[in-house]
Structure formats: C-alpha cells, structure tokens
Design a protein. Sequence first.
Length: 365
Amino acid sequence: MKCNITILTISLLLCTAGSIFTSCDSVDVAGAVLEIDTAAVDSILAEYDLAQGPGASALVIHQGQVVFSKGYGLANLAIDTPVSAVTNFRLASVTKQFTAMCIMILYSRGQLDYEQTLTDIFPDFPGYGNTITLRHMLHHTSGLRDYFGLIPDTVTQQLRDQDVMDLMMAQNSTYFTPGTEYRYSNSGYALLALVVEHISGQSFANFLHENIFLPLDMNGTVAHEEGISTIFNRAYGYTFSNGAYVPNDQSITSAVLGDGGIYSSTTDMAAWDHALYTAQLVPYYVLNEAFISGTLTSGSETGYGFGWVLDTYLYRNRVSHTGSTTGFKNVYQRYPDAGLSIIVLTNRSSGSPKDIANGIAQTIL
C-alpha cells in the first residue's frame, strides 16, 4: 500500500520544524522498520474527516521520530480553517501532566517537598488541610471535595484557580482521610497551580511558559488567560445539536488553569514527548517518579502517577491521560517499552479519542 506520510525527526522538529515527504510502505526508524497502515488510521479517524465539521489532529511517534501526522476536518467552522499539526486545541485534563511537571521542577530545585501539606504552604487554609500533602494531590488521594459540585447556581462568570481555593477554604472536611482512597480530583490540580505561584512568585501561566514551553520550543502552547494571552492557530470547540455542529467552546470552569487550561498542538506535543524521554526539564530520578503509581495507606496501588494514568494495553506498559471538556476531547498515550507515543486532539464534545488511539496502537503493536 503506497502512502504519503510526514517524517520529522525530533531534532529537526525542535530546531527547524522542517519536514521530509516520502511515499512508502513502511518507515525505517532508528534501525527498525515500523509499518504504518495509513489507510487503516484514516479509517479509524473517518468520522472526523468532514468538509464542514470539527476535526482532529493525530500524531504517532516511534523511537524519537514522528512517523504519522495528519489533520482532519476543521478547526474553525466559521471561516473553514482546516486542522493541521500546528492547530492548538484545549488539552483539558492532559494539562495535569504539565501541572505535575511544574511541581517536579520546583522539587528538583529544592524549593518544595512532596510531603509538605496545604497548611504548610498556605497557613490560612482550614485545619483539614494539615494532613493533605502535595503527594496526595498529585496522586488524587487527597479527598478534596470536587469544586464542580460546589459552584453556586448564581455564579455566571468563569472561575479561576483562586476561586477554587476559595471554595476549598469554605469546606471543613474531605471525602475521606487523605491517602486512604483514590478519587480523581480537579480541585487538587487547581490548588497545585496555586502552589506553583506561591512558591515561585510567578503566575502559573508565566511559570509554565518560562520553565517548560520556552525551553522546549513549544511556541504555540499557552495556559490561556482571556485578555492576557493569545491562542494562535486556535481550534474552537463544537457540540452536535439538532442535526448540526454548533459552537460550544467555553464553560464556567474553562478559565481554571491547573486542571485543564493549556492549549497545544500535536507539533508542540511532540517536543514535550521528546523531553519526557530525555529528561530535559528535570533529572531522571525526579522524572521517573511521575510514572510510579501512588500507594494507599492499605498498600494498594492507585494506578495513577504524577499526572499520568498507569496501566497496560496489548500486553505492554502504558502511561496516558485523556482530556474532556466543553467542546474538546483528547488523549495522549505512551508505550515506553516500545518507544511509541500516540496523540489525538479533537474539537468536539462527542467521540472517543481513547478508542481511536487504542485502534491506532492495534495497527502497530
């Protein structure tokens, strides 16, 4: 089967974003031949390949090279902007791995410790925070109450991370004793963004830019703040309603940064993926802890590291994260043993990027 695919070495991507086009049946990558059935991948993503519908950007990296990169559908239906490798999508909860990296960067510099509690860092935090550590929040074992369910019906303006803190300050207990159970917590990651601000003296968005995005040449990636930052090559979110796709790009929680506020493209995510394999931001001994499961006081493992879901698929170890928010659904999967990464970013509320990535993995592994 002849196919057209784009091959970008990570080194070229980081330096020049150059690309080489070739027609081939397979790709010779670092001495190993990786078969890419592009027709099969196109078939898996067919529902996104619409002339007048929101779409997707798909990326496959193997052994440090981008071996498949393609956009489907539209980023902006109003002006017929096609999705490309530089289209920036709201990452939603894929953001959490970046929030965790900020904490790891500060840890590597000796500016904080994972065993510090909320009251250690924020002395005015209610007493229940004196047993909630940064490690608990990173692992989703803090028991912090879900801020989504605490937003008053009268609130009409978008919440920020500080608003989440205010909601937590108004509570007097957790769902459970910290460390005894696992419960996914957007509240915890919003508070981690504020920890970064408090310790570093910078805004969370600026810390991300100066310590992650700028060093990695992730030039289009931004923790978006309305009126402060600009999203270039922006994908807008949509929902299918009454037989048509309608704009549905923001919600009351879309301005909270720590749990889901980053916009990025598959091109920039390739640079991030490379950094995770090469420890560009923190030493390996710090980085590796991100991929170790949290452990409850009972000794049971949670299957969640620092911003990563840890499991197996097709008999291989996998680290991954999905992201779902108003108008966007995404997934980022890494199979470290195979040197394989799959990223699917979409700008619609429907569909399952995780199933798409699983399908792509099945064609390769």
